[in-house]
Design a protein around this ligand. Structure first.
Ligand SMILES: Nc1ncnc2c1ncn2[C@@H]1O[C@H](COP(=O)(O)OP(=O)(O)OP(=O)(O)O)[C@@H](O)[C@H]1O
Length: 602
C-alpha cells in the first residue's frame, strides 16, 4: 500500500517549506535588521543630547573619529538637520526591512499552504474507501481550510513575531546593560511578572476560546440544519420550536463570549497597570541616577524609550506561546489526513472482462469482529439479469462494494471470468463495472457533461441515446436549454426521479460488461422502471446486470433472484420458484399482493 506523506508535528512545517526556506531566512534576517534600525533611533537622540548639545565625551573611538572627521560639535550644531536626516534614513531602513519581512514571510506561507492543500486534496481523492466513512465531510473540509489557515498564519505572523520578540529583548537588554547595569535591573524588574501574567492568562483563556468556538458551531449547526431541512420544519410547523432552540444556543454563545470579554478586560487592565508601573519605576530610578550623575539625560531617554518598546513584545510572547497550542492541534488534525493510506489502483492495464461472477464462501465485516457477510456464495453467468433481494442492512450493498474492491474481503474468494479479483488491477476492474449508486449525485455541470462523465469523448447522439434508454430524454428536452442546461447546486433543481434517471443515463453511455443498479430506481415509478430495464435488456444481451431492490415488482422478471437475510444467502431462484418456496421472498410477495388488492379495492 502506498502511504501519504506522514510527518511528525513540526516536521510537517519543515517538509512543506522545502524550496522556500531561503525566502523564510530572508524574512527572519529582515526582522532582525528592522529591529536593529528602529532601536538605533533612540541612540541617535541620546548622542545628540549628550554629545552634541551637552558636549560630553564620546566613549566609542569609532564614533569619535567619524564625529571629528566631519568637523566636530561646531559642525553638527550648525547642521542639526543632519541628525534628523540620519533618523529618517534609519526609519526608512526599518520600514524597508519590515516590508521585506512581510513579503517574504507571506510568500513562504502562501506557498506552504498551497502545497499542503494540494497534498490533502490528493489524499481526499485517493484514500482507501474506509476513509470516507471514518471522517465526516464537514470535518475534512475544516481540516483543509481553517486548520491549514491556522498553520499558515503561524508561519506568516506568529513564528516571525517570536523572532522579532527575541531580537527585541536581546538587543534592548544588550544596549541597556552596556549603558548601565543598575538601571537595566530597575527597568526590567516587572518584566517577569508581566510575562508570567500574560502566559497564565492566555493559557487560561484558551479553554474559553474552545468553549466559545463550540457554542458558535452549535449556533451554525442549528442554522444550517434548518436551511437544509426547511421543508420538514415547515411541513411539521416546527418554526416556533426551532426559533426557541436557536435562541437557547445563541444566548449560550453570548454568555460565553461576554465571559471571554470580561476576562480580557481583566487581563488588559492588570497588564496595563504592570507596564505602567514599570515605566514609572524607570522614570523614578532614572531621574535619581541622573541627578546623582550616574547616567546622562540621553541615557535616561534611551531607557524610557526602550522600556516602552519592551512592554508590548513581552505581553505578546504570552499570547504567542498559548497560540502555539492551537497550531499543534491543527498540525495533528492535518497530519491525521496526510497519514491516511492511499488506495493502490495497481497498474493501468486495460482488461476487458466478460462478466461471469462468482462469490465463494465470502466472509467480511467492516469491523472484523462483527461479520456483515457470513459465507456468501452464488454464481452469475455472463449476460444474466440478476436481482439482489433482502431487507435493509442484509448486506446487498456490501456485496457490491466487495465486487468493486472498495474493501478487501476477510476470507473466501470472488472470481470474475474465473480470475480472483485480487489479481485484476483495481482500475481495470472498475472500468468494467458500471454502477448506479443508491444516492443519485449530480455535479454542478450541464446535463450533457453530467452524462458524459463516464465517457468524456462521447458525442451528442450517444448521450441522447443513453438518455432515451434511461427515460429521461423527454424531461431534458423540456428544459429551456435542453442538454446544455446547468444542473446541481448552481443550476436548476432536478426532481429525485430525474436525478436518478440522469445517473442511469450516465452509466449507460459507456459500454460496461457488468452493470449494477444499487437500489437506484427507488424514486422512479414502477412503470418507468420496467421500461428502463426492458430497454437495457434489449440493448445489451451480453451485459451482466445486477439490480438491487426492495420491490418485488421491479425484479420479478430477472433471470435469477438472490435472497439475502442478515448477511447470508437464504434462497436463489427465479420469481416462480421463489413464490412457491416458503421464505422471505414468498412472505413479501404475499404482503405486496395484499397491499395491491387493498389499493384497487378488490
Ligand atoms: N461503511 C460501513 N461501515 C460500517 N458498517 C457498515 C458500513 N456500510 C454498511 N455497514 C453495515 O453493514 C450492514 C450491511 O449493510 P448494507 O449496506 O450492505 O445493507 P443493504 O442490504 O445494502 O441495506 P439497504 O437495502 O438498506 O441499502 C449493515 O448492518 C450496515 O449498518
Amino acid at each position: 500500500m502506498k502511504e501519504a506523506k506522514s510527518t511528525g508535528d513540526l516536521r510537517t512545517i519543515l517538509h512543506y517549506m522545502k524550496g522556500y526556506t531561503f525566502y523564510y531566512v530572508v524574512a527572519v534576517l529582515s526582522t532582525a535588521l528592522s529591529i536593529l534600525f528602529s532601536r538605533l533611533i533612540p541612540l541617535v537622540v541620546k548622542f545628540t543630547i549628550d554629545n552634541i548639545i551637552s558636549n560630553k565625551n564620546i566613549e566609542s573611538k569609532f564614533l569619535s573619529s567619524i564625529y571629528y572627521e566631519f568637523g566636530g560639535r561646531e559642525f553638527f550644531l550648525r547642521n542639526l538637520w543632519l541628525v534628523g536626516l540620519i533618523v529618517v534614513v534609519f526609519a526608512f531602513f526599518n520600514s524597508f526591512f519590515s516590508f521585506l519581512r512581510e513579503k517574504m514571510a507571506g510568500y513562504t506561507s502562501e506557498n506552504f499552504a498551497k502545497k499542503l492543500r494540494d497534498d490533502l486534496y490528493n489524499v481526499i481523492l485517493k484514500a482507501e474507501y474506509g476513509f470516507y466513512s471514518r471522517f465526516q465531510s464537514g470535518d475534512v473540509i475544516q481540516r483543509c481550510t481553517s486548520d491549514v489557515e491556522t498553520i499558515r498564519r503561524f508561519i506568516a505572523a506568529d513564528a516571525i513575531s517570536i523572532w522579532r520578540i527575541i531580537f527585541t529583548i536581546f538587543l534592548a537588554l544588550f544596549v541597556m546593560l552596556k549603558l548601565n547595569v543598575k538601571m537595566t535591573l530597575a527597568s526590567s524588574a516587572m518584566i517577569p511578572a508581566l510575562f508570567g501574567s500574560s502566559l497564565y492568562f492566555f493559557v487560561k483563556v484558551k479553554r474559553y476560546f474552545e468553549k466559545v468556538d463550540e457554542a458558535e458551531a452549535a449556533v451554525t449547526t442549528v442554522v444550517q440544519e434548518n436551511i437544509t431541512g426547511v421543508r420538514v420544519v415547515k411541513a411539521f410547523t416546527r418554526e416556533e420550536y426551532e426559533v426557541k432552540k436557536f435562541l437557547e444556543k445563541n444566548t449560550e454563545y453570548r454568555k460565553l463570549d461576554l465571559k471571554l470579554l470580561k476576562l480580557f478586560a481583566n487581563f488588559w487592565s492588570i497588564s496595563d497597570f504592570l507596564a505602567f508601573s514599570q515605566f514609572v519605576f524607570t522614570i523614578i530610578f532614572g531621574t535619581y541616577f541622573t541627578v546623582k550623575g550616574e547616567i546622562t539625560v540621553g541615557t535616561l531617554i534611551v531607557f524610557t524609550t526602550y522600556v516602552g518598546m519592551l512592554m508590548w513584545p513581552v505581553r505578546e510572547l504570552g499570547i504567542l506561546l498559548s497560540n502555539f497550542g492551537k497550531v499543534k492541534v491543527s498540525l495533528k488534525r492535518v497530519n491525521e489526513i496526510l497519514s491516511e493510506k492511499l488506495e493502490n489502483l495497481e497498474d493501468g492495464r486495460e482488461i476487458k472482462l466478460n462478466g461471469d461472477i462468482e462469490f465463494r464462501d465470502v466472509w467480511f465485516g467492516y469491523n472484523p469482529e462483527h461479520p456483515v457477510l457470513k459465507g456468501v456464495s452464488f454464481k452469475i453467468s455472463k449476460g444474466e439479469k440478476v436481482a439482489f433481494f433482502g431487507g435493509t442492512g442484509s448486506g446487498k450493498s456490501t456485496v457490491i462494494s466487495l465486487l468493486m474492491r472498495l474493501y478487501d474481503l476477510d476470507s473466501g474468494k470472488i472470481l470474475i471470468d474465473g480470475i480472483d479479483i485480487r489479481e485484476i488491477p483495481k482500475s481495470a476492474l472498475r472500468k468494467n463495472i458500471g454502477q448506479v449508486p443508491q444516492e443519485a449525485f449530480v455535479f454542478s455541470k450541464t446535463v450533457r457533461e453530467n452524462i458524459a462523465i463516464t465517457k468524456p469523448d462521447s458525442d451528442i447522439e450517444e448521450i441522447i441515446l443513453s438518455a432515451k434508454l434511461a427515460s429521461v430524454h423527454d424531461d431534458i428536452v423540456k428544459f429551456e436549454r435542453g442538454y446544455d442546461t446547468l444542473v446541481g447546486e448552481k443550476g436548476i433543481t432536478l426532481s429525485g426521479g430525474q436525478r436518478q434517471r440522469l445517473t442511469i443515463a450516465r452509466t449507460l453511455v459507456n459500454d460496461y460488461p457488468i452493470l449494477i443498479f444499487d437500489d437506484s430506481m427507488s424514486a422512479v415509478d414502477t412503470e418507468t422502471e420496467r421500461k428502463i430495464l426492458e430497454a437495457i435488456r434489449k440493448r445489451s444481451e451480453n451485459t451482466t446486470t445486477i439490480i438491487v431492490s426492495h420491490r418485488i415488482s421491479s425484479i420479478k422478471d430477472a433471470d435469477k433472484i438472490i435472497v439475502f437475510e442478515n448477511g447470508v444467502v437464504t434462497a436463489i431462484g427465479n420469481h416462480e420458484e421463489l413464490v412457491n418456496h416458503p421464505g422471505l421472498y414468498q412472505r413479501v410477495w404475499r404482503i405486496e399482493n395484499v397491499l395491491k388488492l387493498t389499493e384497487t379495492g378488490e
